[in-house]
Design a protein around this ligand. Sequence first.
Ligand code: AHR
Length: 328
Amino acid sequence: MFKRISALVLAGLTAMSVAACGSGGSTTAGTSGGGDSTITMGFSQVGAESGWRTANTKSVQDAAKNAGIELKFSDAQQKQENQIKAIRSYIQQKVDVIAFSPVVESGWDTVLKEAQNAKIPVILTDRAVDSKDTSLYKTFLGSDFVEEGRKAGKWLVEEYKDSKDPVNIVELQGTTGSAPANDRKAGFQEIIQADPKFKIIASQTGDFTRAKGKEVMEAFLKSNPDIDVLYAHNDDMGLGAIEAIEGAGKVPGKDIKIITVDAVKDGMQALADGKINFIVECSPLLGPQLMDLAKKVVKGEQVPARVVTEETTFTQEQAKEVLSSRQY
Ligand code: AHR
């Protein structure tokens, strides 16, 4: 639909979008920045599980508006079936480009093939798929999650470099089967395995949510009296775990050292307050780059197969310095 769209047609498309995706999670549609030629993007978001996700959704919606791209947005509520339904609906609606953040890595080939057959380019954003056929998508924009896990592991190794005692670690994993959960686990493991004193004594999913992070940490604390370190795959689970640790009469950041990933404002506040010890940044501000890539792929221009987000890490001191200017 890379053509003039009158207000009437736009209203019709919006209504179709809501109807088509009604059973597949909530859908908000329709922003047009004007201009003669409007690109329509169908975007299937994972859900609203974390502060990171909320910031990512806002970044995508704001960037679409600024770029004059008509955005059809659906929230899959962390369910792959909802994402597949949304993608099929975008194919039916003949959008110009589909972008999505796949909740899990596997099981996308069929629907991606359908998009390819319909000649609709697909952009992966934030999370990857494990499809062998990389021609099924044009590019993948997002973080290097393995590297994030390595950064977490390197901080831990440095922190305990002078200790000979065993270091008992519990791990709160992200959503089972998701790229960030798989990769953050692998990167961390790769670094700590060099020294046998580091032992992961319990590891379970907290689904990237605060509530589940708290629940699982409560269970960890009950069955493991000697936890030295918590590695949480995101801030939200770490923040839930802090509540559990305090509830058990322990001091987060001291009795149990905590490493998380993301660096959203609440996480950075806890870091500045000494309740978290180290955060590996994962930037959710992917919207502007996503819209640039979308314009290029719709025009048929070449884009890099992989665009890696630039990120840093934060100690407690660094968090205090940047907290007031943190955007999300
Ligand atoms: O895919 C990115 C991850 O998803 C973020 O680290 C986490 O907070 C989110 O839910």
